[in-house]
Design a protein around this ligand. Sequence first.
Ligand code: SAM
Length: 220
Amino acid sequence: MPNDFLSFFLSWMSSPRRVGAIAPSGAALADLITREISTTTGPILELGPGTGAFTYKLLKRGVRPQDLTLIEYGSDFMKLLQMRFPGSRVLWMDAGRLATEHLYDGAPVGAVVSGLPLLNMSRRKVISILSGAFSYVRPGGAFYQFTYGMSCPVPRPVLDRLGLRAKLVDRALLNVPPAAVYRLTRRPQMKLIAGSLAPEPSAQVALEPTHPARDDSAAR
Ligand SMILES: C[S@@+](CC[C@H](N)C(=O)[O-])C[C@H]1O[C@@H](n2cnc3c(N)ncnc32)[C@H](O)[C@@H]1O
């Protein structure tokens, strides 16, 4: 993994809210956020890959380049990613528009790995991103998000509205600054069986229609 500190720092200088960190994530965080992903996970959607700190780790874990779709809104990062990961699909787009693009046939994605600075975004935008991403996630798939904050960066009312639950995977205390990774999954749907409620684990939660949000985090 090349040393990307300077190019990352310059990008942060030009667009601090969009980039959301002064340096790329370190090895400990890349290890943690990709920990539950393996060769069998299938297609993976990475949001906000930046210079590719998590992408390199995904490939090291045996994910096939052609199974990776990278969504990056910074044009400088996007060009770098296209050079570094020629076998993967690199798209220059706002993750808030996932629902309006036809990225996959159906919902084959096994995992979403997100480095997006959700805490810098409006609630409306976070809803657009999550509902768009989950529209491509297969039953049982997960959305991994890191944060420098003390709790899950997706507020409880948003999780409730989208029928999701969040669980702390672990903390990467060696990252600078220390970070935490959360796993977001669909809540099991409940169905009535002989008068009692029973979970229906394979059911897909119907998400509300999304409205592509005005991009208020990436002023360019
Ligand atoms: C905190 S950096 C993380 C970069 C990388 N994943 C890492 O951990 O080093 C956030 C990244 O999200 C990208 N980003 C921010 N808003 C975005 C959006 N709406 N759509 C796609 N990418 C976005 C930024 O350009 C930046 O690359």
